[in-house]
Design a protein around this ligand. Sequence first.
Ligand SMILES: [Mn+2]
Length: 298
Amino acid sequence: MRCHPRTNNIMANIQTLGIASCLGGPIPSCGYAAEMLRDEFARQGPRQTCLALQWHMLYPEHQRSKEENIAKLDRSISLYTACWTKERLPFLIIGGDHSCAMGTWGGVINGLPQSANFGLIWLDAHMDAHTFATSPSGNVHGMPVAALLGKADDRLAPLYPGCKFIKPENLILIGVRDFENKECDLLKQASVPIVYADQIDDLARVLVAAIDNIGRFCDFMGISIDLDIIDPEDAPGVETPVPGGIRASQLIRALSLIHRHPQVCGLEITEFNPEQDKDNKTLRLMKDIVEAFYGDCE
Ligand SMILES: [Mn+2]
């Protein structure tokens, strides 16, 4: 795979990988998110959007078992993010369901120098810390955090392409408001910090504090956004909406405050479900998120 895209574009190029997959969740239409976002950006053109996304797309296979197909897809994702991490190219991942996070961040960890510490900020209404042994649904999009921590069971472990795991103290979950006891037990036993939605007055303050804290120990950080962190009022088009979420304007402000933070190597946005979207609110929110963090002009 070529790490350096050839381009004459003078704007900063953001390596962007769309994952046209819903293998990890119950909603088939969430696989269309990346193509829809790409089209939304294309409609406006780069001058208006102030950033140039260098798009790549991954499509899932369906020949084997669902778990084998997810494992293969996450391995493919990890090759991209490992490459971009080695080359220090900032990247954007557009899911698909949240099971892509195993590939995204497992790949980043594979691409880092041996001695580097990696931190991850997980913005989500859910904990995503089940294993096959504890999950009521068996949907893999509820399991990536367990895999990233190295707490997977025998069935989940082969789906994770990383060669190392995230240390619990270098992970933080923000915006949680819907979870099951067993995944909560897994996180509590590992002492993963959790900021629940009802503890958040100002997301910007929470996010900046998380970046500062984790950034003291980690040279490289990632941000994984499950759109369901946002209240369904502002983001109706998600796979698993939960009332009582963060307002979209808070997330946009928070991301603009840490705009292109030098320690943040990549941003991931997942779980867009166009079938439930209203007036393209959630689609536009995805675009606003990308521009708030990566956009070049104010
Ligand atoms: Mn999630």
